[in-house]
Design a binder for this molecule. Structure first.
Ligand SMILES: [Fe+2]
Length: 287
């Protein structure tokens, strides 16, 4: 049985997106239209995400780490000085970029590129420390059940939309077998869709035979809006069978990452409102 790794998958996703951002920022035609504002916002969104990620780790992992392996926790804390300074510099330069005069834009773009690469440099060192010092310390001093509880607590804190966003960020950077395992775990953990007989007696598997009311009538709305609001009646030409996973609506094959990354509407995930993911095998665990 694989060890529970609290950092691995999410960090792989972060590395991939940081490298992509740096490459695309470096190559951007900053003089074009809204390119400066666009690149600036991408950098600001990245530092926001990395700060949030650090907060999650502090809340869910590093308390346990400090309790069991305080030296490792101290080592992580020491990294924050360089990291925080790098984030602040990147934020400042990103905010200034859209207001930069046209003739100064190329140099400002390169300064932002250097600031982003300093963030990447500091952040890679931080990830390496978490993965090669903190995680081994947790394997040594914490039980598997405690590490599993960390995942469970983190997942319970995420809304369905946040959980989906986590998957979109992470899955494209993972090997196909791992992506598939994560998707299987997600599908298995999702509650069944709440599709009891609806008000007019229809069910998902038993299309209603009642005559359709006029769209102009006061009760016409469910039929008029098709399968999204009335699951018993798919639009003309469509079958009842979903093209995606049986419960979450997410693809489960090796192309799952691509599907998620494309921003395709994961309709089934919306059906889990109010529910949290609680299952999954250790190889599927992620932040
Ligand atoms: Fe991390």
């Amino acid at each position: 049985m694989p060890k529970i790794d609290l950092y691995r998958n999410v960090h792989m996703g972060q590395r991939a997106r940081l490298f992509t951002l740096a490459t695309e920022l470096g190559a951007a035609d900053i003089t074009r239209g809204a390119a400066a504002a666009e690149q600036a916002e991408r950098c600001l969104a990245m530092t926001r995400e990395l700060r949030e990620h650090a907060d999650h780790e502090d809340t869910f992992i590093h308390r346990l780490l400090r309790e069991r392996a305080p030296e490792a926790a101290d080592a992580l804390d020491a990294e924050h000085i360089r990291l925080d300074a790098a984030f602040t510099t990147l934020d400042e330069q990103a905010r200034a970029l859209p207001g930069t005069p046209a003739e100064a834009l190329p140099e400002a773009q390169h300064a932002l590129y250097l600031a982003l690469n300093e963030v990447i440099s500091a952040y890679l060192a931080h990830l390496h420390l978490e993965e090669t010092v903190a995680m081994p310390a947790l394997w040594q001093y914490a039980a598997d059940t405690e590490l599993g509880a960390v995942f469970t607590a983190f997942r319970a804190s995420r809304s369905p939309e946040e959980a989906l966003s986590d998957l979109r960020r992470m899955l494209p950077a993972l090997p196909p077998a791992v992506r598939a395992a994560i998707m299987r775990g997600t599908v298995e953990a999702a509650p069944p869709p709440s599709a009891p007989a609806s008000a007019d007696g229809c069910t998902r598997t038993s299309p209603c035979r009642r005559p359709r009311r006029s769209k102009a009538g006061p009760d016409a709305r469910p039929h008029a809006q098709g399968s999204r609001t009335h699951r018993g009646h798919p639009p003309p030409g469509r079958s009842h069978r979903p093209k995606t996973g049986p419960r979450t609506g997410l693809r489960t094959g090796p192309r799952a990452g691509r599907a998620l990354n494309s921003g395709a509407a994961p309709g089934g995930m919306r059906g889990t409102n109010g529910h949290r993911q609680t299952g999954g095998s250790p190889c599927c665990e992620h932040y």
